[in-house]
Write a protein that binds this ligand. Sequence first.
Ligand SMILES: Cc1cc2nc3c(=O)[nH]c(=O)nc-3n(C[C@H](O)[C@H](O)[C@H](O)COP(=O)(O)O)c2cc1C
Length: 218
Amino acid sequence: MDALEAIRKRRSVRRYTDKPVSDADVEELVRLALIAPSGGMSQAWSIIVVRSDAGRAKMADLITRGGAEYFRTVRPAAEGTSPDEHAEWAKGYAGTVLETYPKVPVWILALRVPRGKMPADQAKWERDTDMTSVGFMVENLLVAARAKGLGTVPTVFQWYVEDEFREAFAIPDEVEIPLVTPLGYPEEFPTSLPPALQKIRRPWKTLVHDEAWGNARA
Ligand SMILES: Cc1cc2nc3c(=O)[nH]c(=O)nc-3n(C[C@H](O)[C@H](O)[C@H](O)COP(=O)(O)O)c2cc1C
């Protein structure tokens, strides 16, 4: 599969099989990720590869609990439900949507490692640059994984269980954890967005402005 097709066919995958991913594939993917562009060539990033049984079990547990907290806080409660009932719903929903996460053979953690290359009064810009670069790095990995028939999904559920997450993977305080992703063979590759998301996809012509802001194509 070429790069254009991989970009077109990449989809967030949330259901995985336990089929192992080869060492060679994991190594190739992290090396492709790490040749992404980085602001000032700072390479303000690192990757943690989690493949051990203990690490994977911890990850599935933390991400599912973090997911429950995400759903509890971000999704509106159904009318007439108490906060406790809503929390129970969120737990059940995360458990269902992320049900196969214990099977995921590899987890990739994309980290921001500040390098302090810009003056202190530009720290915000440095962080923005670093985070953008981490995004490019992760996108390289997502697209390359798709080309190999492997599924991924950029995930931020770790933020909701951050202290435990840092402890589990020995991540120092100054290192940020913008994204993690499972890496594995999907039960099947989604061929389109779910209908609810398809409905909210903005037509590309409304997002492209010619020459200056305001001249959107539609
Ligand atoms: C920065 C970022 C954070 C995301 N966080 C999560 C997440 O925590 N959990 C999750 O299941 N999906 C997450 N996603 C995946 C999006 O929900 C998904 O990309 C979007 O719905 C479009 O679907 P697609 O990736 O199949 O095109 C995230 C995506 C991005 C870019």
